[in-house]
Each structure stands twice: as C-alpha cells, then as structure tokens.
Design a protein around this ligand. Structure first.
Ligand SMILES: Cc1cc2nc3c(=O)[nH]c(=O)nc-3n(C[C@H](O)[C@H](O)[C@H](O)COP(=O)(O)OP(=O)(O)OC[C@H]3O[C@@H](n4cnc5c(N)ncnc54)[C@H](O)[C@@H]3O)c2cc1C
Length: 353
C-alpha cells in the first residue's frame, strides 16, 4: 500500500512525540512510525532500578509537565513510559505501531519515499528520531571470542539478582557503568573497570543543574561570548542516590582498563588476570541511522552534517534527539522540545505553510 503525507516522523520515543507536538501546532499533516509494539521508546527496556537524574518537572516534553511520581523525587523508567503513553493520547498523535522503516529514498516525484515493513509512504519531509538504544556500541578488545562466560551490553542488563554471587566485570565510566556497578555492588563479586578514574559530579548536581549549565552555554555561544565549557567540564557521572550510597560504603572502587579477554576472564598489560563469570559492557551507543543509508549523506568522518536539526545535504530531512550535534541537550526529555520546535518551524517554511 502507498500513502502520502506532508511529514513522516520515524521513531515514536520522546523525540518523535516532541516533533509530533510541534508539527500538530503548525497544522501540518504527519504520521509517526515506530518499530516498537508499545509506547515509551527505549524507556521500556532499561534496567529495573533506573531512575531519572532530574525531578519530573525537569523531565517534561513540550506542552505538558510530567506529573510527579508518588514517593519518588526522581521518577523511575516505568513512570516515564506511562507519561509518554499518556502524552501521545493527550495530543492525539497518530503513531503507527509496530512499523519499522527500512529505508528513506529520493524519488523522481520530488517527494521522499519511506519504505517500511508494512507499506510505502510518500512525503515532503522526514524527521528521523530513532534514538541510539537500538545501536549499542562495543569496543574492539582482543580475545573477545575466547571468553567463556556471558557478555552483555547495557541494553541487556535488567537486575542484580540475575548475577547473585557471580564474578561480574562492569566496563565503562559513564552514568550507565556507575549505576549498574552500584546495582551489582551488594550481592556480586564486582570489578568496575574504567578507562580513566571516574569523574563524579558534585552530589548536589542533578539533571536540573546540567540543563541550566547547557542552556547557559548555548546562550553564551549564541551571543558570541566565551565558551563556558558546558556540562562536560563538570564531570561524567551524576551522583544519583544509589551511586552515592554505594560509593560512600566504599563499594565503587575502579581499576584501569584491561588489555584483552581470556577464556576465564580478563588480563591487564602486566599479565595480571581477573576471573569473571560475566562482563557487562556499559560502553555507550551510536545513532540508529541505517534507514537513512540510501540518501548517502554520510561525510568523510561518517557523520551526517547538520545545521541545527536539518541535514545539510538534504533539506527535507531533520535529525532529532541523537545528541548535541542535533541540538544542545536534545537527547534528554527536557532538552528535545526546543530542537523539535525548530525542526517543525523549518519544515513549515520549506513547505510554504
Ligand atoms: C541509561 C540511560 C539513562 C538516561 N537517563 C536520562 C534521564 O534521566 N533524563 C533524560 O532526560 N534523559 C535520559 N537519557 C537520555 C534519553 O532521554 C533517552 O535515551 C531517550 O530514550 C531518548 O529518546 P529518543 O526518542 O531519542 O529515542 P528512543 O527512546 O530510543 O526512541 C526511538 C524510537 O524509534 C524507534 N525506531 C528505531 N529505529 C526505527 C526504524 N527504523 N523505524 C521505526 N522506528 C524505529 C525505536 O523502536 C524507539 O521506539 C538516558 C539514556 C540512557 C541510555
């Protein structure tokens, strides 16, 4: 079946919904195609104990504040899923599920052709908002195949009970690594491995402060003032309560990165070894962009060039929510609203609406 609409939004997580909110306000016709069976984007799949690093009111999409979660200053992931489900209902957003976009193509008709696993859409513009969760990153480490235990990425980790009493190595000095290490610190034999000593943010810095710092940096850059350095200058790890507690009990010690995997565990350059039953790679994500490959937009360094959210070499395409290269703080709940508004405004101008 072939259908036509002014805008196709690919991805129905928070970024896709924020785009839908602003497209709707501008009176554009659009459809949101999401490969998941249920609302909530990546928040449906995180580990059980994950809580936001900001209070509800600082974790809101445009138009409607996230309601607070009873008894929790920092809502959990299930609360975010409920909020996103209610958000799309509240604004009557047309989200089609499960629909996976296979490729976006230029078409002889001047329209973009969006091929999916359930039909084709022709459209004047595309907003790609597919996130990063579906593209976990694993570093190349020698001996990976030889390890006899279990290896998993952040995306597969659920709860510490699955590893009770086991020897677990957590790799990664970011927020996921710290939080999963804290989760496992009480009932496993934990080794936390980081490339450099972990940089914890001060205990009173949460997502609110980070958002304010990111906003101040954006204002400074917009006004041609000196770069304030932004959030990266403050540290890498938000000291959320479980991380703080485990650290205060002395359970979050780190060791430097090993050089290779061996059948029974890992080995450092000096030949020291640590035995392990499982290795959890908390080593980050990459943008899920394979559906854009037919447009051939990647530059020499593998990036799609953007001006704001717009693809430099394809003005009918916007990228939303992947990280700072598509708008400051755009990969956060509170930060995606502004780039979503800008994308909708630019598309309306392009279409002459
Ligand atoms: C562990 C962790 C903790 C975080 N904590 C916070 C926090 O406390 N506060 C905060 O603001 N942010 C936080 N973030 C960052 C960010 O808010 C989340 O990553 C968020 O899920 C990103 O939303 P998104 O809409 O960009 O992507 P996603 O939530 O991943 O949604 C993308 C959607 O697109 C769909 N999709 C992908 N490919 C296709 C395709 N080809 N066709 C159709 N659909 C497709 C996916 O199935 C998914 O439903 C955290 C991130 C992580 C990883």
């Amino acid at each position: 079946m072939t259908r036509t609409t002014q805008v196709v939004v690919i991805g129905g997580g928070q970024a896709g919904l924020a785009a839908g909110y602003h497209l709707r306000r501008r009176g554009l016709t659009f459809v949101i195609l999401d490969s998941q069976a249920d609302p909530g984007g990546a928040w449906q799949h995180t580990w059980d104990s994950l809580h936001l690093f900001s209070p509800a009111s600082y974790s809101s999409l445009p138009g409607w504040l996230m309601p607070p979660q009873s008894g929790e200053e920092y809502p959990d992931a299930a609360h975010v899923v409920t909020y996103l489900r209610d958000y799309e209902k509240r604004y009557g957003l047309d989200v089609r599920r499960p629909v996976r976009v296979l490729g976006v193509h230029r078409d002889a008709s001047q329209l973009l052709r969006v091929e999916t696993d359930s039909g084709t859409w022709h459209t004047q513009a595309v907003i790609s908002a597919t996130g990063t969760w579906q593209r976990p990153f694993l570093p190349a480490v020698p001996g990976r195949e030889s390890f006899g235990g279990r290896q998993l990425h952040t995306v597969e980790y659920r709860r510490p009970q699955d590893f009770a009493g086991r020897r677990v190595i957590v790799v990664g000095g970011g927020n996921s690594g710290a939080q999963i290490a804290a989760d496992l610190a009480y009932n496993t034999h934990l080794t936390w491995v980081t490339q450099r000593p972990p940089r914890f943010l001060a205990d009173d810095i949460d997502g609110r402060v980070l958002f304010d710092v990111a906003s101040a940096r954006r204002r400074a850059l917009d006004e041609g003032r000196t770069d304030t350095g932004g959030v990266a200058s403050l540290g890498d790890i938000v000291a959320v309560p479980p991380v703080r507690q485990a650290r205060e009990r002395g359970l979050l010690k780190t060791v430097p990165m090993f050089t290779r995997l061996v059948p029974g565990g890992v080995e450092w350059a000096d030949g020291t070894r640590a035995e392990a039953d499982a290795i959890i790679w908390c080593t980050g994500f990459r943008p899920a962009l394979s559906h854009l490959a037919p447009l051939q937009l990647r530059g020499r360094r593998g990036h799609i060039g953007t001006a704001g959210t717009r693809a430099v070499d394809e003005p009918r395409l916007h990228l939303l929510g992947y990280g700072d290269w598509t708008g400051p703080a755009s990969a956060t709940l509170i930060g995606v609203g502004r780039p979503a508004r800008d994308a909708a405004r630019e598309i309306a101008a392009l279409l002459g609406v």
